[in-house]
Design a protein around this ligand. Sequence first.
Ligand SMILES: NC(=O)c1ccc[n+]([C@@H]2O[C@H](COP(=O)([O-])OP(=O)(O)OC[C@H]3O[C@@H](n4cnc5c(N)ncnc54)[C@H](O)[C@@H]3O)[C@@H](O)[C@H]2O)c1
Length: 345
Amino acid sequence: MSRLRIGIIGAGGIAQDRHLPVLLELKNQAEVTAICDVNIKTAEQAAVSFSQPFITADYQEVFTHTDAVIICTPNKFHAEISIAALEAGVHVLCEKPMAMNAEEAEAMIAAAKKADRKLMIAYHYRSMKEAQAAKRLIDEEEIGIPMVARVQAMRRRKVPGWGVFTNKELQGGGSLIDFGCHFMDLSLWLLGSPKPVEVMGNTYNTLSTMPNQVNQWGKVDNESFEVDDHVTAYIRFDNGATLLFETSWAANVKEDKEHVSISGDTGGVDLFPLEVNQAKHGLLMDSTMNWVPGGENPGLFQMQNFIDACKGEAELIVPPEEAMEVQKIVDAIYESAEQGQSVQI
Ligand SMILES: NC(=O)c1ccc[n+]([C@@H]2O[C@H](COP(=O)([O-])OP(=O)(O)OC[C@H]3O[C@@H](n4cnc5c(N)ncnc54)[C@H](O)[C@@H]3O)[C@@H](O)[C@H]2O)c1
């Protein structure tokens, strides 16, 4: 089959740092035929390593040049551009979070179904080799029935001081919708994608709204800071499983932490690093593996899966229906924090 023609919409940080380098590596399978950015200079700069892709500031012009697009704009435009692409018959890999809210996510799924095109969300933590191995072990019932997930996704004083990450209108929120959502997705997937039924959440921005705070990732304007920088939540699922969740851009902790832990009835799996404990012979055994096969670049794994899925040769590693469940929980945490009580989904 000929190479998949891929367009980039939104050619800033993540497009240039992750997706375009990976597409160069996969150039035998995919060709970058269009690059779009409202800032045309950004699109031109992103195009330098490729053989003269079509450059435009208008995303509507991309679709006639492409079989698939990667949407890397601020969150506010994810749904609008995904739906336009799908309606034009083009497959979509959309950056995370899926959308600004679950209603938009639902409309994206409906458009994908109607057009019979692929829609994948770039929750790339699933593509890490340790996460793939953890999922395999859980699916093979090596920890029994997964019951409780714990997430701590903590950055020590690292509020993004660039781009639009702290712009509520463009992004919909802060640490939860930007960073925590990856770990929400990962833990739901490892739990076996149960349906969330009740959410209790709290959001904070105390630290970032105080004057003269030190920050490792650039300057934060405490007077205009309007999104969450720290979030806690308790999520109950229809099968009785629960998730204890904490994420932060600005925690007062010794060091950054990305920890997902799944307890089952006969064992437990921890990420990152990958560790396994199994109850056997009346003992709790350390079953940690000596070698985890797979590549070191989850962006490459993710893109390969998307290309294969577009060709009809693989299932999507992040189906949109599962990303929508993350969105529902994110919405519910924000709602619960605002109302000061738990929210039923
Ligand atoms: N998967 C990850 O780990 C990860 C990491 C960083 C960012 N992201 C996601 O990627 C997206 C972009 O983030 P970024 O860091 O690249 O931001 P960025 O600001 O560096 O780039 C966004 C680009 O989109 C362009 N743009 C804005 N509106 C547009 C429109 N309507 N049409 C075309 N171009 C438009 C901007 O000019 C900008 O160049 C966000 O949704 C973010 O959540 C994901």
